[in-house]
Design a protein around this ligand. Structure first.
Ligand SMILES: [Zn+2]
Length: 359
């Protein structure tokens, strides 16, 4: 029996008695709801769901399932991993207080089970992991807990007493966290897209990859900032000019060119028309193939659409399903995640993949 001191013990109905076989680490989730609502859901036997711990945005920490029992949070990952659900909706970042509580759980799991203070990126690893890393075997929850929280895992490890994503150890406090837009593409903390991966690969190729424990890309983390800062210092930059957030000059030097928008302009009304018409028409029916191909290529780059469909120019059922996954990834729900593009979700896809949207 193991209950964590400092966590409020609020046992729920859903769990497998004595079912925790081992503890490889702690898996971070997003509730897509409130602490109270999640607790009542875990007491509903129809839900078939639970987690060991839950945090509130204000810093409350509850323990719902004893850690010698198996919680039902991540399918095949339940037997060997503890779970923490965090209050908030998809796309949220964790609050400062939630980062502290997650660090408390990780530190306790380190002392109690020998969980290493490091970020895990797959079910075969150990440490602080996240739901999506388990893929289909863990239920295929690709948007749990979302890229903003995945980017915070290194910070949780640091607060638990580990070195976080910084191989240098502790030198990374005060890492710059802001985003810039260069050539229409986002860089810096939290930026997401192919351009982030491209920068990371270029840094590694030039020997500035020592801060990566996960990545590079597609989401910009503190490790990217630290590696980029090393690169800036190698160019002779100092102070704020070497804070690890790209400027135009250093970026062009790193990549040999300045990446920019592909030049593609996608007409929102064309894409909407295609998404409404193509699924009901014959397989492969094309309404606005040129616009649709650009969107499909971006969905493919996000890992949401297979290559088979990525250039058919038809916004059929498979593409609608892939687009709905993109909307859920952004935190949309219900009718807002129906797979029919809206202006905001399409603009975000364009920002990550270099096209602009004409409404
Ligand atoms: Zn989850």
């Amino acid at each position: 029996m193991a209950r964590m001191p400092g966590a409020t013990w609020r046992p729920v109905k859903n769990y497998t008695n004595g079912g925790q076989q081992s503890v490889r680490g702690v898996v971070i989730h997003i509730m897509d709801g409130t602490l109270a609502g999640t607790e009542s859901w875990f007491n509903n036997s129809d839900a078939q769901a639970s987690s060991h711990f839950g945090t509130g945005k204000g810093g409350e920490l509850r323990q719902w399932v004893d850690t010698s029992d198996r919680a039902w949070a991540q399918a095949a990952g339940n037997r060997d991993w503890l779970s923490v659900e965090n209050e908030g909706k998809g796309g949220d970042a964790l609050t400062d207080a939630q980062l502290d509580r997650c660090a408390d759980v990780l530190r306790w799991a380190h002392k109690t089970y020998g969980v290493p203070l490091q970020v895990a990126s797959s079910p075969s690893g150990k440490g602080l992991g996240y739901h999506a890393m388990g893929g289909a075997a863990w239920g295929g929850h690709t948007s749990c807990p979302g890229s903003r929280i995945v980017a915070q895992l290194g910070e949780i490890v640091k607060r638990a007493g580990g070195s976080g994503s910084s191989a240098g150890g502790g030198s990374s406090s005060g890492v710059a966290r802001y985003e810039v837009t260069i050539g229409g593409l986002a860089y810096g903390y939290g930026a997401h897209g192919d351009q982030v991966t491209r920068v990371g690969k270029a840094l590694v190729a030039k020997g500035f990859g020592k801060h990566y424990s996960v990545g590079p890309g597609p989401t910009w983390t503190d490790a990217d900032t630290e590696n980029y800062a090393d690169y800036q210092r190698s160019l002779g930059y100092h102070g704020a000019d070497a804070d690890g957030i790209p400027g135009e000059t250093s970026l062009r030097k790193l990549l040999g060119t300045l990446p920019g928008k592909t030049g593609h302009v996608v007409d929102l009304s064309n894409v909407i028309a295609a998404a409404r018409k193509d699924p009901g028409a014959a397989q492969g029916h094309q309404t606005h193939a040129a616009d649709v191909r650009v969107v499909e290529a971006a969905l493919k780059a996000e890992g949401l659409l297979s290559a088979t469909y990525a250039s058919d120019g038809s916004f059929g059922t498979t593409t609608v399903t892939a687009y709905a996954a993109w909307q859920r990834h952004l935190g949309y729900h219900g009718a807002d995640a129906d797979g029919i593009p809206g202006k905001a979700s399409l603009a975000k896809l364009g920002k990550a993949h270099g096209f602009t949207v004409k409404a």
